[in-house]
Design a protein around this ligand. Structure first.
Ligand code: XMP
Length: 326
């Protein structure tokens, strides 16, 4: 039975010095736990899995096998960043799986949000399982479990309610971050040399852009979500809103509206911008984005993103709207 209670005397990791101490202790603990055996990790490129990867690379080097599944619903540049940071800079043992078509085929014509979530989760497990079976001698599974995951939902990450690996692939768990809160994970990630764009990134749902391309996902609307999201992030960063606004993204619904461009009638998709602040995601307020910036972003999105002729700003707090649209 694993101990899942944070020790009462554990100091909060608030600076580089405490992070270094934590890293040293965890490197030793991981070495002791796994010896010269191999450890498997699903590396999404999110904060938690990235910090676990960097920590375990320090502890056991190439005996950590990182599997990055590109399911096609990641944000622009994310799969490339995982390869650049972990394979090129940290010399990790990284298996990159291009599962874009596979996920797309599974999701074709599926419009119900919860069914989409289930398919994405289940397909992810299937792809990961296939990769796990290709690896010899794996005895451990590393996970980016953090303390709020334990407090909220037992040992399984919140929202990851799609089952898990089959019995014969039940490895012993390695969870070096399981007593840390998110802000502490970021301090540790920084101390491990991960880039700020990875360490300080805003929350991103497991089902990724899949729940922001509303209804049945199509390739053209998914590209419109990805490209408009990239423009929004770039403009928020340029204008000092990155790191200040809790979560911001774009959504593309599955209907078109009439517009006009170069004197010709268009019939294209709208893009909805959402930017909210919250402490616990249970309730949220809308960011008061300067109107001139919204106008500038609108001009960029309608000018640069294919198939889009309109931009809207979502003014709904939570409640009564949720943060995501699906
Ligand atoms: P809602 O939309 O419920 O979102 O107000 C609250 C927070 O949870 C994130 N979210 C998810 N995260 N899997 C996840 O890992 C999901 O299925 C999921 N749905 C919502 C959302 O981005 C927000 O931060």
């Amino acid at each position: 039975m694993q101990n899942n209670k944070r020790p009462e005397d554990m100091a909060r990791i608030v600076n580089a010095e405490l992070a270094e101490k934590f890293i040293g202790e965890q490197v030793e603990a991981v070495k002791k736990q796994v010896g010269d055996k191999k450890v498997l990790l699903a590396l999404s490129g999110g904060v938690d899995s990235s910090v676990v990867a960097a920590l375990l690379i320090k502890a056991i080097g190439k005996n950590l096998v990182c599997v990055h599944v590109n399911h096609g619903i990641l944000r622009k540049g994310e799969p490339e960043q995982v390869v650049e940071v972990f394979r090129n800079q940290m010399n990790a043992n990284l298996v990159y799986v291009d599962a874009v078509d596979r996920f797309f085929n599974k999701l074709e014509n599926v419009a119900d949000p919860e069914t989409k979530r289930k398919i994405i989760g289940a397909e992810f497990i299937r792809v990961f399982e296939e990769e796990a079976r290709k690896q010899d001698g794996i005895e451990f599974l590393a996970q980016g479990t953090i303390y709020p995951d334990i407090l909220e939902s037992g040992p399984v990450k919140a929202h990851h309610n799609v089952g898990g690996l089959p019995e014969d692939l039940k490895f012993e768990l390695v969870e070096p971050l399981k007593f840390l809160f998110k802000d502490e994970v970021r301090v540790v990630g920084k101390a491990l040399g991960l880039p700020d764009s990875m360490v300080y990134r805003q929350p991103f749902p497991g089902p990724g852009l899949g729940v922001r391309c509303l209804g049945a996902i199509t390739r053209d609307r998914l590209e419109a979500v990805r490209e408009s999201d990239a423009i929004l992030r770039e403009e928020f960063a340029k204008n000092g809103l990155e790191g200040k606004v809790w979560q911001y993204f774009t959504v593309v619904p599955d209907f078109k509206s009439v517009g006009v461009k170069d004197g010709k009638r268009t019939f294209e998709y709208p893009v909805i911008i959402r930017a909210v602040n919250t402490t616990d995601a249970m309730s949220a307020t809308v960011e008061d984005v300067p109107f001139a910036l919204l106008q500038h972003i609108t001009a960029r999105i309608t000018g640069e993103v294919k198939g889009v002729n309109r931009v809207l700003y979502d003014l709904t707090p939570k409640p009564c709207g949720t943060i995501e649209w699906e």
